[in-house]
Design a protein around this ligand. Structure first.
Ligand code: G3I
Length: 335
């Protein structure tokens, strides 16, 4: 009696090794190779309610970027008051669900509080405000927000520094100053400059390279660049171009993350396939570039996107079903 049972166990063991091991090693191997965090910008109003939006996010993502809750108009409703209420709720929720938070964004030209835009600033006044703001916000989230878009969209289309209120009143030093203040407030946070249209070669890409190189040479605490990658099926980098561009930034000793990817499509036949190809090539470029550690899209379902659901730019459709783009992301990342 003992023999057949032993044989059966042996056969089961062999079968398990043949079937399960390759699956496991494949998964573990892919993870070890890529080590990339997959994230998305989230609509906090939707995410906090149990429902399909929340479940879809929790099933597939391990990092979030608040789409609006950490922008200056949200955090600084009045000159003498910061309001961390909604952002704190979000950060607490993320911690409870083991989701990393990427802070977005400290210094930008949009979504500024009306009171700030209306005021006539002197240079010392605005510098004092910005220093206090960056310091207080980063310190408030210390240990809970691991990385920040300290500077968002500092360049104009021609590669010059964007003539925002910060440049006009403070001069070009505002970029290095904000990074230094953020670093002093939380030395362990990873600090980024985040920008669009710098994932293709051209004047803006070259200007970004010079800006980053200058900051690194000055010893400014800067850890990475976020390539926003707001793409369309008409306007997108080729795979080789993107790998080259990423490599250039990486050679400066920076992380090069994909921070806000979406790929807007038109109504024509074949667009979902073209979109999937672009998603795959961006994911593959991120996987191949060791400096790319975070692959994040700006939203995740077509039901909630800044572009309007008609452009269908995200990896899940409006009903939460995976599109070819999602399979393409998995394939590109090797998962
Ligand atoms: O909060 C107000 C609300 O009080 C008001 O009633 C309502 C009326 O329109 O507007 C609400 O604010 C809107 C806000 O989103 C929150 O929903 C703003 O009008 C709207 O302009 C704002 O849009 C955001 C946009 O940034 C503003 O620049 C988008 O949600 C957000 O997805 C988008 O995100 C940016 C990144 O931060 C930087 N990179 C590009 C990316 C896409 O544009």
């Amino acid at each position: 009696m003992a023999q057949p049972r032993f044989l059966m166990l042996l056969l089961l063991g062999v079968a398990a090794t043949l079937v399960v091991r390759p699956l496991l090693t494949d998964e573990v191997g892919a993870k070890a190779r890529s080590g990339i965090v997959v994230g998305a910008a989230v609509d906090w109003g939707l995410l906090q309610q149990p429902g399909p939006y929340q479940s879809l996010f929790l099933e597939h993502y391990s990092s979030l970027t608040p789409e609006n809750e950490m922008k200056m108009d949200a955090l600084a409703p009045a000159p003498d008051r910061l309001d961390f209420g909604r952002a704190d709720d979000l950060v607490e929720w993320a911690a409870a669900h083991h989701i990393k938070v990427h802070g977005h964004t400290l210094v930008w030209h949009r979504q500024l509080p009306a009171w700030l835009e209306q005021r006539r600033w002197t240079r010392p006044e605005l510098a004092a405000f910005l220093r206090r703001y960056v310091t207080t916000v980063v310190r408030h989230f210390r240990g809970r927000v691991g990385s920040w878009d300290v500077i968002n969209e500092p360049l104009a289309a021609d590669g010059s520094l964007r003539r925002n209120v910060w440049l006009r009143v403070l001069g070009r030093g505002y970029i290095a100053d904000a990074l230094r203040w953020a670093h002093a407030a939380d030395p362990s946070a990873r600090l980024y400059i985040n920008e669009f249209d710098v994932e293709r070669n051209g004047p803006k890409r070259r200007a970004m390279y010079r800006l980053l190189r200058g900051l690194k040479r000055q010893g400014v605490p800067l850890d990475g660049i976020g390539l926003q990658a707001h793409l369309t099926t008409q306007w997108h980098p080729g795979g080789r171009e993107l790998r080259w561009v990423m490599g250039r930034y990486a050679a400066l000793g920076l992380r090069v993350d994909v921070s806000e990817l979406d790929v807007a499509i038109g109504p024509q036949a074949g667009e979902l396939t073209r979109q999937a190809r672009i998603y795959r090539s961006v994911a593959a470029a991120c996987r191949q570039e060791p400096a790319c550690q975070r692959f994040a899209t700006w939203g995740f379902t077509d039901s909630s996107t800044w572009l309007g659901s008609g452009r269908r730019p995200l990896p899940f459709d409006a009903a939460g079903q995976p599109k070819p783009a999602w399979q393409a992301v998995r394939a590109g990342l090797g998962r």
